[in-house]
Design a protein around this ligand. Sequence first.
Ligand SMILES: *Cc1c(COP(=O)(O)O)cnc(C)c1O
Ligand code: SF4
Length: 472
Amino acid sequence: MSGNGSQNGQTPVLRTFQRRNMEQIPGFDKLTPERRRIVDVVSRVLPFKTNNYVCEQIIDWSNIPDDSIFQLTFPQEEMLAPEHFAEIAALVDANTPPKQIDEAARRIQRSLNPHPSGQVEMNVPRIDGEALPGMQHKYHETVLFFPSQGQTCHAYCTYCFRWPQFVQLDDLKFATKEGEKLVQYVREHPEVTDILFTGGDPMIMRTAVLRRYIDPLLAPEFERLTIRIGTKAVAYWPHRFVDDKDAADTLRLFEDITAAGRHLAIMGHYSHPNELKTEIAQKAVRNILGTGAVIRCQAPLIRHVNDDSDVWSEMMRLQVNLGCVPYYMFVERDTGAKRYFELPLADALEIFNGAYRQVSGLGRTMRGPIMSATPGKVHVTDITEVNGEKVFALRLVQGRNPEWTNRLFFAAYDPSAVWWEDLRPASFDDGFFFSDELNEMHLAAARNAADVVTRAPVTLSAKTRKNLVTVS
Ligand SMILES: *Cc1c(COP(=O)(O)O)cnc(C)c1O
Ligand code: SF4
């Protein structure tokens, strides 16, 4: 076969590796015993999964531990607080029964803020008053849909905030098997123009399953819809779009979507230019674009992975060269191993600006740094002075209330602020312009919370229930 990246003309098969089979990871023999122990210990608490493509084609094993993709997918000691690492390491070293280690690991997981930014309590859509836990409707025009079969990924990002879904904290899992509920909801909400399939990674699903969700949306009554699929498969398993056993079917589904007159936007999660340099990754892009879909690229800014203007500008140029559209640079949110990954907002802005300056206007479709926070998508646009006071200039790219969109507002400059909650209004403001209204929304959500607890077809943990009634 020529140019499609498959080896020996055979259909490539995804092989995934987790702790239980980590000895078989291609390249694992290059890790020192100490590094292997770190993977063993940390992966008890944080999700760990990698695969043959990632290990064979994008990790540079001659540059361990610094290699960005190694940092992206392999657990590191400092991702856990020292006391947590020591606790689990001691249990592992003492050959403690797995069940007991699991219990300790669960306790640590629950202390790591697995569901940030008010998602559980504030964005649950309803039909006839009944909560639909596999969906989120936070912004007027876009519904997020989490197909229940799409709640995992081809490999795991070490910084991922969705990890509660992967480690079987089932009570926090948003999932539904009910695609009809999605259809019904969209029918009842004419303001919805975009359906964003997300996960995990929806492209983990077989095409036949994905098709079951998408086909009903191709009916003429939904002409207004754009279908978006958020995926990291373009980076972690590009064979999906080229030559694995489901690839042809996938591309046919994409063609069917565009042939039905729907715009299909693949929201490609690319963290690093190395993910776009392999022949197969580039072929995947060409094949997807060939179906009439567009690829928009987004990723969080992550210390140790892509905290460098040159890395971003190189990635943005590659994306533009390949015909993709740079879209969002996110700020990593407040959960999981955040301390290891986080960057001050001021540094994030500098990295963004450094990258933005190095690309042509076609690359400047990237917006960032952006925090997906409770009031909306908060864009850190600048650091400036107002009335002699140093401030962050901020803007809501998306607001929980659409009226808030695109209004400039200010927060007191704080060089150590890493997240929305660290920010305070500038001294000339009593509060952010939307604060009162947001408080009202919190109160309303708290009033509804009891209802969510009784009606949602998921069991909420005691801790979640406590959070639900204390959001005010
Ligand atoms: C980012 C996001 C969207 C999509 O926003 P766009 O700005 O249209 O890309 C929708 N819902 C939620 C909850 C989001 O965080
Ligand atoms: S691909 Fe997305 S959902 Fe999957 S681990 Fe990475 S960030 Fe999380």
